[in-house]
Design a protein around this ligand. Structure first.
Ligand code: 13P
Ligand code: ZN
Length: 294
């Protein structure tokens, strides 16, 4: 007979990975107060691992329809909870939720031991998960929202266009087009926490792994915790270099050229959409879109 070892859910690999990622984000300075949120679509075997500690709560409306996620379980940060506290008190800061058969309601099955609800950005998280699950044949499991300082700063000075943000970020570090070859999308300022911003973000997630929320932060998606955190980190680091560059002078003396990106794409076996490789008029990052030939 197979020996059955009862495992504390807090010791499971997915829980430990989630907690470490939340704490890494805190240490980067991306999670002031309750800023940001994180969600993970659990694997069937992880649901089995956790079942012993589940206690089903009441069904609640998600605020969005996600039939593609019917019956799925998610580990999610709680609304108003601080990333700082995730590592100190995960069962107070996090919860596991189950989505119903229609994809319209959820119920808490674990966590938030002192009360509370999943993140107010649950519609965005779940709509993004639905898009990514379909687009990647179930491979993508993580959606991460962070208040990344430098990306937010850039949304005040760059035109809010996918083409401009992608191209400027790609130019800031040679690894960027390799790490996010499909580019980044930009959502104009919208009221957070609702269905409308969730719909706009998930539309962009059909094309990109990253969506920037103007004057607010960023959403990143990926297969696992490392890849998703690494993606957020790479984009934010590129933004930091651009902020530093723009702080020295408004133009660049030299940068990576469209033809050089095409060579890079060949050698690194990535495909870079031509819409980001436009010829620029002048060298100012902040030049209006019309003047950048797009
Ligand atoms: P929550 O505390 O509800 O997750 O909200 C934080 C946030 O960043 C909203 O965009
Ligand atoms: Zn936010």
């Amino acid at each position: 007979m197979e020996e059955y070892i009862k495992m504390n859910i807090l010791d499971t690999e997915f829980m430990q990975g989630f907690i470490r990622m939340a704490n890494d984000g805190w240490e980067q300075g991306w999670h002031e107060r309750n800023g940001g949120n994180l969600s993970y679509r659990m694997k069937p075997e992880e649901v089995v691992q956790g079942k012993e500690s589940f206690k089903e709560g009441q069904w609640q409306p998600i605020g969005a329809k996600v039939p593609g996620l019917a019956g799925e379980f998610f580990l999610v940060t709680g609304s108003g909870k601080y990333f700082r506290n995730v590592i100190l008190s995960p069962e107070d800061s996090l919860c596991i939720i189950e989505v119903d058969k229609q994809g319209e309601n959820y119920r808490r099955v674990w966590g938030l031991v002192n009360g509370g609800k999943p993140t107010s950005e649950l519609p965005s998280h779940l709509m993004n998960h639905e898009v990514k699950k379909k687009a990647t044949d179930g491979k993508y499991r993580v959606i991460y929202h962070a208040h990344t300082t430098n990306v937010i700063a850039l949304t005040f000075v760059l035109p809010l266009k996918d083409e401009v943000f992608t191209r400027e970020l790609w130019e800031m570090a040679t690894e960027c087009p390799v790490v996010f070859p499909s580019g980044v999308g930009v959502v104009p300022w919208m009221v957070p926490g609702g269905r409308e911003i969730a719909a706009a973000t998930s539309e962009l997630m059909k094309e990109y792994d990253v969506a920037i929320w103007a004057h607010h932060g960023m959403f990143a998606s990926g297969e696992d915790f490392d890849l998703t955190f690494g993606l957020m980190h790479t984009v934010e680091k590129a933004a930091e270099i651009l902020v530093k560059t723009l702080s020295m002078r408004p133009d660049k003396l030299q940068t990576i050229q469209p033809e050089e990106f095409r060579h890079l794409a060949e050698d690194f076996h990535v495909s870079l959409p031509e819409k980001f490789l436009f010829e620029k008029q002048g060298t100012q990052s902040t030049a209006p879109v019309e003047k950048q030939g797009i």
